[in-house]
Design a protein around this ligand. Structure first.
Ligand code: C5P
Length: 222
């Protein structure tokens, strides 16, 4: 296909990026991690002591932020003003502030514009919170992912621990609940299932099973 868009939305730490990456690899599509863009912007505010609750300061600083995603084989390199911040944007300080930042309309407008540009001519898999509802409302395939909160927290906890991040399951669980709450209740394109999205609850599915599920959805569309 030409310009086929697969939108993967859902709650925090559901494994959206795992499945989106695997899918892109299988179909030879480009994978775009939209959350990484909000995370990079948040890191900029934290580093520059800009209060993530201060809308005006954030809007003013927006023009100084340049985010780029570079697709490596299995991995997205995230550049913030030309510095590789791929690792740092995954750590707790960013996770604890990103949903405040991403609730700001002007931040979203800037990111959505970039995201739409990336999907203009290519076959892509993009994951996030508003891809099927706002960024690509005409996406040919939309998946909405969910899983039980404790299962999600334990999965993410293992990932962070393996990277040497000192966190507890409790902290991870609190953070994902907090983000889900902010993401679903914000005014500006809140997280919600698009009417035409297919639900994938992966609480009791391994990544291979999830991939098969989505590949089958895709095959039925082409
Ligand atoms: O996908 P990830 O968990 O890395 O996203 C981090 C945060 O960025 C989310 O909790 C959400 O607040 C925000 N986000 C968003 N819209 C997207 C992607 C991410 O608001 N499309």
């Amino acid at each position: 296909p030409k310009n086929f868009i697969i939108a993967i939305d859902g709650y925090s730490s559901c494994g959206k990026s795992t499945i989106a990456k695997a899918l892109a690899k299988r179909l030879n599509f480009i994978y775009v991690d939209s959350g990484a863009m909000y995370r990079a912007a948040t890191l900029y505010f934290l580093r520059n002591n800009i209060d993530c609750n201060n809308r005006d300061a954030i809007i003013e600083a927006l023009e100084n932020i340049h985010v780029e995603l570079h697709l490596e084989d299995d991995y997205t390199q995230v550049l913030l003003n030309n510095e590789d911040v791929s690792e740092e944007i995954r750590l707790m300080p960013v996770s604890q502030n990103v949903s405040k930042v991403s609730a700001i309309k002007e931040v979203r407008q800037a990111m959505v514009k970039l995201q739409q540009k990336m999907g203009k001519t290519k076959n892509i898999v993009m994951d996030g919170r508003d891809i099927g509802t706002t960024v690509f409302p005409d996406a040919q395939l939309k998946v909405f992912m969910t899983a039980e909160p404790l299962i999600r927290a334990e999965r993410r906890y293992k990932e962070l621990k393996a990277k040497g991040d000192e966190v507890t399951v409790r902290e991870v669980l609190d953070n994902l609940k907090e983000r889900d709450l902010l993401d679903t209740t914000r005014q500006e394109s809140p997280l919600r299932k698009a009417d035409d999205a297919v639900i994938l609850d992966n609480s009791h599915m391994n990544p291979e099973q999830q991939l098969e599920f989505v590949v089958n959805l895709y095959k039925n569309k082409i």
